[in-house]
Write a protein that binds this ligand. Structure first.
Ligand SMILES: [Ca+2]
Length: 96
């Protein structure tokens, strides 16, 4: 299972591309992404410009529509592992 799958159309349809952890400039789907899936344990930050610049938003779960502000405007994506799950505040469990 890829860390994230990006789709050209809303509701997980249209052309798609799979990405793993790391920073990615979009090629085939540049300025086309409308929905995306996020595998549990990852978060996906999308950017309106290449090299992870411009307006951004972080998604932590499957998103059937990225919203009017980002639809067909995403040019780069940062995929990262999340460090905690299920709403657990990481600061609670810090070893001291
Ligand atoms: Ca689109």
């Amino acid at each position: 299972m890829p860390a994230t799958r990006l789709f050209a159309d809303s509701n997980y349809s249209g052309t798609s591309t799979d990405l793993e952890e790391g920073d990615h400039n979009l090629v085939d789907l540049n300025d086309k992404v409308s929905s995306l899936t996020v595998t549990p344990g990852y978060q996906v930050t999308v950017y309106t410009d290449k090299d992870c610049t411009g307006a951004s938003r972080t998604f932590t779960g499957d998103t059937s529509y990225v919203g009017d502000a980002l639809n067909d405007k995403i040019s780069s994506v940062r995929v990262a592992k999340v460090l905690y799950f299920d709403g657990v505040d990481p600061l609670v469990n810090v070893d001291s």
